[in-house]
Design a protein around this ligand. Structure first.
Ligand code: C2E
Ligand code: MG
Ligand code: MG
Length: 585
């Protein structure tokens, strides 16, 4: 009994077939879900150019569909079967002699009274040349020109559809793969070889994937694999990611390159619906995990859940706690002494400490960047300034004269939409009756480069008032001394990373030597950070370094401990106060 026999069909079939007949070159098919048996009309055999003696089957139908359209077509039919909804798509047929023809493929599923799918019916209508051209255009929009694979746009469409039809308890694995060193392959062997490699990867991945897996090229050297069969959980998705990395690692592609190219790739993984059900978001999650993986190094794999969502949650939690830290009085300033060549105390650096009410000590390297991202740095920075000046003022009243107190300033504190730092700091000096000459501000190279004009204006104003301006962590940024020359600098702080191996590393010694020479040439003094050993100290003295700070000479300590190091200023009558006084303003 063929589909042209209408005696056994329900009304929808009759309607569909009647409509089909209105068109020339329109074939139809029907698949019975109980038996899996398929029947085709004679026109379908003709359209697909298949001998009518051959038994019709869904696999045979798929064989005639262009490989790039096959998965989407199969998915559309499957979805109609599972959901009972009609489907419609335009796709290519791959005929003999590489001929392509375009068809409009429509269908629907007929269910019994209980909603059980009985059969799915489809029609195939050959499209006119004009329609074909339009479709070709659409295909071009959805296809990557180099590899012929579907692109991002097509992937989002595909993924949206796949997620909708995922059976209960099943997941779709979304794997983003990025070739390591692709840029240098391109640079060393040329774009042609780069393109060959992409095409080779497309074929090679296809070879190692299941027929139902989706393979696409998202951009540059990033491929996407979606597997929605047989994935039950994240670890199965990770396994697939590792498998793809392994097969790539074992391959040696034959390219027009003078040397064999050893391949490896980083992988980012997300899964649906566990990580969400929006296709664009899922691709983004996998891509964010990929960025994390690349940050870790070649051949790494990260998943969205561990790499990102946990970090995001932790950061959010920490950020919320940091927002309350001032009110909860969890913050404190510690002071690290700074010394000259004769081991006289020349000042101290104020360093922020966060001791949470839960008893954790969170290091500034963890919470300062978070404060900068969230904007909390402004209230935090202000708190540090107020606290530091209050402390300095209290010491002065007690006759303890610390020559200079250095305060770390974040680049964000120079943002033009904030109260200008010079106004804020000099205002506080007045309030606390502290001479600006007792203050130093420390800024990193990156902080200055981020906002050079605002930085220059603010620092000029501070320097004019007598505040010492220092460059912190010098050598870790990308600025040359010449580019910083325009700023009213007085001191360079040589980063600890150059001091650590000073005794054993000739390169570090040369850098420190050159920095000190150049700084002196420009009229700046040099302070070495992170001095931990006598050997480092001796080297720094030989190289002509002016000032020193580090565990060897004193760790960051509470104010009461620093007081023991400060000599009383006998010229000033001391006021006996133990607590920080109220503001004088
Ligand atoms: P930094 O300004 O370069 O501060 C020096 C860091 O090196 C401090 O770390 C200090 O404890 C540490 N250090 C000093 N001597 C030694 C040594 O001999 N060996 C070793 N291993 N480390 C030494 P800390 O306190 O963890 O601060 C880290 C960074 O956090 C600071 O680097 C600074 O960039 C930032 N920071 C700290 N307090 C503040 C603040 O109030 N405001 C801002 N914006 N940033 C701050
Ligand atoms: Mg500092
Ligand atoms: Mg530093």
């Amino acid at each position: 009994m063929g589909p042209t026999d209408r005696t056994d069909v329900a009304d929808p079939l009759a309607e569909l077939l009647a409509e089909a007949e209105r068109f020339r070159q329109c074939g139809s098919w029907r698949i019975h879900h109980d038996s899996g048996a398929m029947v085709w009309s004679p026109e379908t055999y003709r359209l697909l150019e298949i001998d009518p003696q051959q038994a019709a089957s869904f696999e045979l139908l798929l064989e005639r569909i262009h490989p790039d359209d096959r998965e989407l077509t199969a998915a559309s039919v499957r979805q109609s079967w599972l959901s009972g909804r009609p489907f419609q798509l335009e796709h290519r047929l791959q005929l003999a002699d590489e001929r392509i023809s375009m068809v409009l493929h429509r269908g629907e599923t007929i269910c019994d009274a209980s909603g059980r799918a009985l059969y799915t019916l489809g029609t195939l209508q050959k499209l006119s040349q004009q329609q074909s051209r339009q479709l070709e255009l659409e295909q071009a929009i959805n296809t990557d020109a180099i590899t012929g694979l579907p692109n991002r746009l097509a992937s989002i469409r595909y993924l949206t559809q796949r997620i909708r039809e995922l059976p209960y308890n099943r997941q779709a694995a979304i794997i983003c793969l990025d070739l390591d060193n692709f840029q240098s392959i391109n640079d060393s062997f040329g774009v042609e070889v780069g393109n060959q490699l992409l095409l080779w990867c497309a074929h090679y991945f296809r070879l190692h994937l299941h027929a139902n897996d989706w393979l696409a090229r998202l951009d540059s050297d990033t491929f996407l694999v979606v597997r929605s069969d047989n994935i039950g959980n994240l670890s199965e998705a990770i396994q697939l990611g590792h498998h793809l990395q392994d097969v790539l690692h074992q391959a040696v592609p034959l390219l027009d390159a003078p040397l064999p190219i050893q391949l490896s790739a980083c992988v980012g993984v997300s899964i649906a619906p566990d990580h969400g059900s929006d296709a664009s978001n899922l691709l983004q999650w996998a891509n964010t995990a990929l960025i994390e993986a690349k940050r870790q190094g070649k051949g790494s794999l990260r998943t969205y859940s561990t790499a990102i969502s946990q970090a995001i949650r932790e950061n959010l939690d920490l950020e919320q706690r940091l927002a309350r830290a001032i009110d909860r009085q969890e913050l404190q300033l510690h002071y690290q002494p700074q010394w000259d060549r004769q081991q006289r105390l020349i000042g101290a650096e104020a360093l922020l400490r966060w001791h949470t009410h839960r008893g954790e000590d969170i290091p500034p390297a963890r919470f300062i960047p978070l404060a900068e991202q969230s904007g909390l740095i402004h209230s935090l920075g202000r708190w540090v300034l107020e606290r530091a000046l209050a402390q300095l003022s209290q010491w002065q009243r007690r006759g303890l004269q610390l020559p200079r107190l250095a305060i770390n300033i974040s680049g964000h504190q120079l943002d033009p939409d904030q109260e200008p730092l010079d106004q804020l700091l000099l205002g506080l000096c007045e309030q606390w009756e502290v001479a600006p000459g007792h203050l130093e501000v420390e800024l990193t190279e990156t902080a200055l480069i981020g906002n050079p004009t605002a930085a220059a204006r603010t620092l000029e104003a501070l320097a004019e008032a007598g505040v010492c301006v220092a460059i912190d962590d010098f050598g870790t940024g990308f600025s040359s001394l010449a580019s910083l020359q325009r700023l009213p600098l007085q001191r360079l702080k040589i980063d600890r990373c150059f001091v650590t191996e000073l005794a054993s590393n000739a390169a570090d010694r040369s850098i420190v030597k050159a920095t000190i020479l150049m700084a002196h040439e420009l009229g700046l003094s040099c302070l070495a950070e992170g001095v931990e050993t006598q050997e480092q100290m001796a080297q720094l003295l030989t190289l002509g370094c002016d000032f020193f700070q580090g565990y060897l000479l004193g760790r960051p300590m509470p104010s009461t401990a620093l007081e023991q190091l400060i000599k009383p200023d006998l010229s000033q009558p001391a006021q006996m106060e133990t607590d920080i006084p109220a503001r004088s303003a």
